[in-house]
Design a protein around this ligand. Sequence first.
Ligand code: CA
Length: 239
Amino acid sequence: MANEIKRKILIAEDDPGICTFLRATLLAEGYDVITAHDGQNALGMISSHCPDCVLLDLGLPDMDGNQIIQSIRKWTHTPIVVISARSMEDDKARALDLGADDYMTKPFGTVELLARIRTALRHTHTTSETGELALTGCYRVGGLEIDYNKCRVYLDGEDVHLTPNEYRIVALLGKHAGRVLTYKSMLRELWGPAASSDNKILRVHMAGIRRKIEPNPNEPRYIFTEVGVGYRMAEEERP
Ligand code: CA
């Protein structure tokens, strides 16, 4: 990041060991780092330091993590990547539905951490510059291509003939590639606020999509299942 302005990351984490690990990793990568050890402190630092991204432990001593997300989202779109020791899938989905951008479950590695942060930072960038991401142009990863202008999806150059609903699902995931989308947010986005909260419709469509776009539907390369939470499309390859 030689010629770039340093991005500032706030780590809100009460475990000293994890905090030290995160801080060292992010400093080595060239980020500015500030830290908070409880929720009140974190909220104060977000308003006074305006970080570019917040790494938020859901289990802080003074406040519930989801309460913190709600407070932050009342006044800023700063990306929030939740770090959680909880394996409860409902917690992750709830954090995302309240406005967190992504989540990682402890323990996680450096590669995953840095990838999540890059994705979170890139998405704020795009959104603040162009407003809503326009669904034009192309998305490409591996042999998969979504042509938003023609509303078609190709695998190794061949039209895979998605149904209209399958196309809408793939297009939505492609638009947010690299990020997990919860079942709830996808249902709402695709079928409106009155949509059923039953994930079954998504699972049925996804099975159809995978048969068409995945060389091996049991080991997906393009659309990953985040068990109990939602789906994530592989990050676009950049030249
Ligand atoms: Ca904690």
